[in-house]
Design a protein around this ligand. Structure first.
Ligand code: SF4
Length: 209
């Protein structure tokens, strides 16, 4: 018995020393000992949590469940009431957008004559320093949440009246602006695009207002 063990342990040493040019044994990756980097990577693998299926989804399959903030945002973006007031030539394009050819009503957008019920202000035209306080007062009279669309170059940065002392170089120096519509004047399609951008923003910012 002793002799057999000695010979068995001696055999591989003899083989390796005697035949150095023999092909190396290929160890499959699954049997290869892990390196320290692999061991650490395994330890740092994030935990996967299976939350299962909520009970209400099992009891009421097919019933749509959405957070209240999503419902509120959907309602808000689908019933925008812009305040009706214009400051200069851009207002003509704004009025044209309300007319039947472009038909803003199909977006749920109805002009509202009072700031007390309006939630969107379209600053359409040149904002002079004389008119600025009135624009600010109207904005402050609107209830929250409220949004502002700066329509045209004049309202955005003074437009053709850049560096005119009596013209404000952007209404955003007075009130916060959410959407800028470029152009002099912007076409009704551009204003509609601005409204759609505002609707997208309302959905993106749901739960914050
Ligand atoms: S941007 Fe052009 S069209 Fe609009 S108010 Fe100014 S000058 Fe008039």
């Amino acid at each position: 018995m002793e002799v057999t063990e000695e010979t068995a342990s001696a055999t591989p040493e003899t083989e390796t020393t005697e035949t150095p040019s023999s092909p190396r044994e290929v160890i499959p990756p699954s049997e290869r000992p892990q390196t320290s980097v692999e061991r650490e990577a395994q330890l740092l693998t994030p935990v996967e949590v299976d939350h299962g299926k909520p009970l209400y989804r099992q009891v009421l399959p097919g019933v749509m469940q959405v957070p209240a903030e999503t419902v509120l945002a959907l309602v808000r973006k689908s019933s925008l009431w812009p305040l009706t007031f214009g400051l200069a030539c851009c207002a003509i394009e704004m009025i044209a957008t309300y007319m039947s050819h472009y038909d803003l009503d199909r977006f749920g957008i109805f002009p509202q004559a009072s700031p007390r019920q309006a939630d969107v202000m379209i600053v359409a035209g040149t904002v002079t320093k004389k008119m600025g306080p009135a624009v600010k007062l109207l904005y402050e009279q609107m209830p929250n949440p409220k949004w502002v669309i700066s329509m045209g170059a004049c309202a955005t940065n003074g437009g053709p009246y850049t560096r005119y002392d009596r013209v404000m170089q952007g209404v955003d120096k007075l009130i916060p602006v959410d959407i800028y519509v470029p152009g002099c004047p912007p076409r009704p399609e551009a204003l509609m695009d601005g409204f759609m951008a505002l609707q997208h923003k309302i959905m993106e910012e749901r739960g914050k207002v």
